[in-house]
Design a protein around this ligand. Structure first.
Ligand SMILES: [Zn+2]
Length: 181
């Protein structure tokens, strides 16, 4: 079987757009600083990796940080906002506000390729690209333990609602798949 990476592009348009926004920003040091803030549920992922950090701007003298929740009402967002405040305050920034942006909605295509690689190393199968696959059901999910594509869905809901529980039919290990949205 041909590995997914050989037939599908690895970078989604939604991520490329966000990366361009960061690279063209005059506030590069703020984006870099916020790489310290991680997802409380999956600590190997920064909010940049996860696609939650969507914009850093300056309005007059005030910094405006935009974050897009992965799920509406997600309790992790309160922790993330508090962590952003701590990191900015510790670096000497006092004049800032954190804005929650609900539209356009978060989707897994916003995740960074590095973040997907970190998820894989963490033992969670990363989401497929939406632009390649409408539902995530038409490609085999790769086992993060042995790399086999011979896997099956055990349950549509894994340890959290955003993950499905899969099992590898070669190494028999169960694993979470971060569903594409
Ligand atoms: Zn396996």
């Amino acid at each position: 079987m041909v590995a997914m990476s050989q037939v599908l592009p690895l970078v989604a348009a939604a991520y490329s757009e966000r990366l361009t926004r960061r690279n063209n920003s005059e506030l590069t040091q703020i984006w870099d600083l916020l790489d310290q803030v991680t997802d409380p549920e999956i600590p190997v992922l920064s909010i940049w990796d996860l696609g939650v950090l969507t914009q850093v701007e300056k309005q007059q003298e005030k910094l405006l940080i935009s974050i897009t929740p992965t799920y509406s009402g997600c309790p992790a967002m309160d922790t993330i906002a508090a962590d952003i405040s701590s990191v900015l305050t510790a670096a000497g920034y006092q004049n800032f506000s954190i804005k929650r942006v609900l539209a356009p909605a978060w989707k897994t295509d916003l995740m960074s390729p590095e973040g997907k690689a970190k998820l894989h190393q963490y033992g969670i199968a990363p989401p497929l690209l939406n632009e390649n696959c409408c539902s995530g059901q038409c490609f085999s999910i790769e086992c993060p333990h042995c790399g086999s594509l011979n896997t099956k869905t055990i349950s549509e809901f894994g340890s959290t609602a955003c993950k499905a529980l899969h099992q590898c039919l070669d190494c028999n290990e169960p694993f979470d798949y971060f569903k594409n949205i």
